[in-house]
Unconditional design. Structure first.
Length: 78
């Protein structure tokens, strides 16, 4: 997967809502740099997204967010 060639990002930055790429790179940072488990990395990424989306006054569905992050990680495996 092309995202695996990029360096993990320690934060999700920008004036816009994050892209899938930004979310995945943040997840990978938590998973590989901090050596968190996949569920812990998903949870940390989900919390970060909820904070960003909350600032934009968007409602979220936590279970859907968690499922999508897990699926994105599973797709990235060789």
């Amino acid at each position: 997967m092309w995202l695996l060639d990029k360096a993990p990002e320690p934060d999700i930055l920008g004036a816009r809502l994050p892209s899938r790429e930004q979310v995945f790179l943040f997840f990978m940072y938590k998973h590989h740099v901090f050596k968190k488990t996949v569920p812990d990395s998903v949870s940390a990424t989900s919390e970060k997204l909820k904070a960003i989306w909350g600032k934009a006054k968007l409602t979220t569905k936590p279970t859907r967010t968690l499922e999508e992050l897990k699926n994105l990680f599973e797709e990235s495996k060789p």
